[in-house]
Write a protein that binds this ligand. Sequence first.
Ligand code: BG6
Length: 526
Amino acid sequence: MPEAAIASASATPHPDGHAANPLRAGLDTDRISDPCTIVFFGASGDLFKRMLLPAIYNLRLEDILPADFALVGYSRTEFSDDSFRTYCKQQVDQYSRSGPAKDPLWSNFQERISYISGEFSDTSDYGQLKTKLADNDKKFGTKGNVLFYLSTPPQVFAPIIEQIKAAGLDPGSNQQGWTRIIIEKPFGTDLQSAQALQTEVEKVFDESQVYRIDHYLGKEPVQDIMALRFANVIFEPVWNRRYVSSVQITAAETLGVELRGGYYDHAGALRDMIQNHVINLLALVAMEPPVNSDADAIRNEKYKVLSAIRAIPDEKVAEVSTRGQYGAGTVDGQAVAAYRQEQDVDPHSNTETFAAVNLWIDNWRWAGVPFYLRSGKRLARKVSEIAVNFSCIPHRLFGEKSDDIDPNVLVMKIQPDEGVTLRFNAKVPGPKNHIRSVNMDFNYGTGFGVQSAPAYERLIGDAIRGDATLFTRWDAVQRAWQIVTPVLNAWQKTKDPSFPNYPAGSEGPPEADALVQAQHDEWRRI
Ligand code: BG6
């Protein structure tokens, strides 16, 4: 940016504070999206109240969602339009990042909210929805554009899609505007069920109308992985087997299963986190540069690199994977119960709350570089990060005998810290040549002076604009299921007698160490 632009930007702060930071001055902030009605199936659920509704409200607050919009909640719970509006106001007050709902925006916003108390498989209830959509077009100028959002239990995804078609609400029947669908995770519970769901989706929607959500892809630091790699010249030349010794991807949580025991006990960490969020991170870190920034150019590369992941033979599962389940322990100073004591969890459960896998990418760039993936609940710290570990220096010139010269590490920090850290070696000031590792840190918050918007805001905004870049295409979802299937099968077939094998609040099961030690590596501390 020219100096003059920096000077003038810092001299004239924008009313919303944006341009006060010279790093953000002069940016194109054009984020126009189409008028539309958004229909939330599962509107009485937890995700809607905590994430989706606040996201819509804030999109409207920031003018990303146009004034010509409407929101329809659809669930089995009984609400009138009015009581649903009151409910929505309470949720915005409690969960919105911008604080309690504000007038005059709220008054205008709530007029556009309505509710249908309906069964997911009842054709007549969809008749009501059809009438509502037509009314919204007339009343609010939504121009026939409809975004369906499936945030229901996954068992009803297929029945809803079928009913959308039966009621003539499918894209093929929409003569006026566009029809799109956002589908929450999990997309299937294994390879077969994912394929079966996809068969139903394809009967009604074209792939270009389907937005499979993985909220990790909406996190700002995750979007930055591509910028770091492809908007800089210094990383790509060393981003390969010649300089990288291993890559570690961690998604660790301190939370347990909370009130989701019923779902989680049938899922486990491999399905819940590795198959989607963690494998998507791997794809972004390991893919080749896309030919351009179009959604499909990027998604082609992601699919390509996932296709190069070596299949895990059944007899190797134990060697390349580890599972764990938490016992009672202490998290953030609080005593917490064992997984098997959680609500709606089988007291003899064999479900893993920790999973680690060592994958190999058989292509020219990554041959011989281990990729370690791990995720777990009730661990010592909440941290999601990708660490690229570089090779040792080829020849040692500096340092006293007692000094270790550690290899460089580049850490992309996703949460709770958001930023990038490069660990490198420096001379300790003084008469001797001591060498120590030091950090060079970039932090989003302090760097750009703004807090990242929650992932759902970015993703819903993108779906309304028709930008599918941050959504997962079917080929990648299918591939991710293929990658984890041998491990899933093995874990399902055999009970792990060591469960629970890590105390809540720890680094995970000690057995996971063997996985990295086999390649002479060690895990980063959580
Ligand atoms: C969800 C999983 O997809 O991601 C949850 O179903 C998990 O079990 C959550 O807690 C983690 O998301 P985040 O954004 O808190 O890392």
